[in-house]
Design a protein around this ligand. Structure first.
Ligand code: GUN
Ligand code: ZN
Length: 438
């Protein structure tokens, strides 16, 4: 891994959220907009941020300033739930969760026993994230340890902050995709020792979901978490009604779906549960009490017909939420397109998702969900310098709409509702430009 020594100086219009909040209505007060700003990063961290006028005195000699006068610069997007091996199977027709897994997902994931195959897709995947302005992600690999190596190697090429892990799965899946409780434990442990905290890589213990792990395997997963309290736990929860009934039948001794994970020591402030569309009241309370987080994956929930995630309840119950694309059940890598669907999911429940709240979930709120809000998610000095340069008008239609924008919030909302990967002008990771359209 190459080390970064360069100083980078960026001038432009900057927008971020200064602090995490307890209520959606508090976000507006935390919005920071610097119309003509300067960000200086050194060795990957933000060294200085403020107005161009004040900042010039802080510019080291002979540093070129990259100026983006027409764009909008926001913190890098954070994807709190995505599967890299499912990149090639987006748009698989016609099924809901359990049939979709058997028909499309498991056959696709079988290919990742081949390290060369895993490397090809991992490199494609990481580039696709960067092309969409996503600078941090929490990622499912497959059951094969080689798939984890391939992904961390691909991310390390860009010094990207990535959290990932090997799937644990020992039943209700093809034999060649199953490990055992012992193998899941020992292979995951070896991967933690190899990758957790190496560069910007972090490890997540990754049981696929309760139906594909025996109680013995979940017990081993919990033991591993107790041995390495600093690593993450990443799994699925309450996505689909048939799935929930199945879990209740498989684990009759537990109070419900979340209680299965809680019983085995898998809840906590570094645990991220994808979906949580159909949580029961005591499950919301358990999520809150254990400080566990939810990955809200609107394009996936709509595509698989799973249901409408109640974001308002998460605020009420004070449960952390990040946005996830959930590729390959999700239908876009792009966080602007994910926000489009998040907005519609709230509309269908009679609720609003403002542009600034959406920005919060995609940046600082996502960082909080990943327990990384002290490290990244906005432009505060000392944070890691991951950011994305957005073009607000890449099409004639966007040009027309933006020319009618009544405010910054209106312009941002229009960008979110009409945008896609064409609006990602450049992506910076750890102070370095890693993707650019020009
Ligand atoms: N539940 C268990 N595995 C998966 C998966 O791969 N995708 C989704 N969306 N849900 C799951
Ligand atoms: Zn998923």
């Amino acid at each position: 891994m190459s080390s970064v020594i360069a100083t980078t100086a960026i001038r432009g219009r900057f927008l971020d959220i200064q602090n995490t909040v307890a209520q959606a209505r508090d976000i507006h007060d935390q919005v920071r907009y610097v119309e003509d700003g300067l960000l200086i990063s050194q060795n990957g961290k933000i060294q200085w941020f403020g107005t161009w006028q004040d900042g010039q005195a802080h510019l080291p000699a002979q540093v070129d300033v990259q100026h983006y006068p027409d764009q909008l610069i926001v913190p890098g997007f954070i994807d709190t739930h995505i599967h890299f091996p499912q990149t090639e199977m987006m748009g698989a027709y016609g099924e809901q969760l359990l049939e979709w897994l058997n028909t499309y997902t498991f056959p696709t994931e079988l290919q990742f026993s081949d390290p060369a195959y895993a490397k090809t897709i991992a490199e494609f995947f990481v580039h696709e994230l960067l092309k969409n302005g996503t600078t941090t992600a929490l990622v499912f690999c497959t059951v094969h340890p080689e798939s984890v190596d391939a992904l961390f190697e691909a991310a390390s090429n860009y010094q990207m902050r990535l959290i990932a892990g090997k799937v644990m799965m020992d039943r209700h899946a093809p034999d060649d995709l199953c490990d055992t409780p012992e193998r899941a434990y020992s292979e995951s442990k070896a991967l933690i020792e190899k990758w957790h905290g190496k560069g910007r890589n972090l490890y997540a213990i990754t049981p696929r979901f309760a139906p594909t792990s025996s109680p013995e395997q979940l017990k081993r997963a919990g033991e591993l978490k107790a041995e390495y309290p600093d690593v993450y736990v990443h799994t699925h929860l309450s996505e689909n009604k048939s799935e929930i009934e199945w879990v209740k039948a498989l684990f009759p001794a537990q109070k419900g779906y979340l209680d299965v994970y809680h019983h085995f020591g898998l809840t906590g402030n570094k645990s991220v549960f994808a979906h949580c569309v159909h949580l029961e009241d005591d499950e919301w309370n358990c999520m809150h009490d254990t400080d566990s987080a939810i990955a809200f994956c609107p394009t996936s929930n709509l595509f698989l017909g799973s249901g409408l995630f109640p974001l308002h309840t998460a605020w009420e119950k004070q449960v952390k939420v990040g946005l996830g694309t959930d590729i390959g059940a999700g239908t876009s890598f792009n966080q602007l397109q994910t926000i489009q669907e998040a907005y519609k999911v709230q509309q269908l429940q009679g609720n609003k998702l403002s542009a600034y709240e959406a920005l919060y979930h995609a940046t600082l709120g996502g960082a909080k969900a990943l327990d990384l809000d002290q490290t990244l998610g906005n432009f505060n000095t000392g944070k890691e310098a991951d950011f994305v340069v957005l073009d607000l008008k890449t099409t004639a239609l966007q040009q027309l709409r933006q020319s009618r924008a009544k405010s910054l919030e209106d312009a941002l909302f229009a960008l979110m509702l009409m945008g896609d990967d064409r609006n990602i002008h450049a992506t910076y990771v750890y102070g370095q430009r890693v993707y650019s359209t020009c």
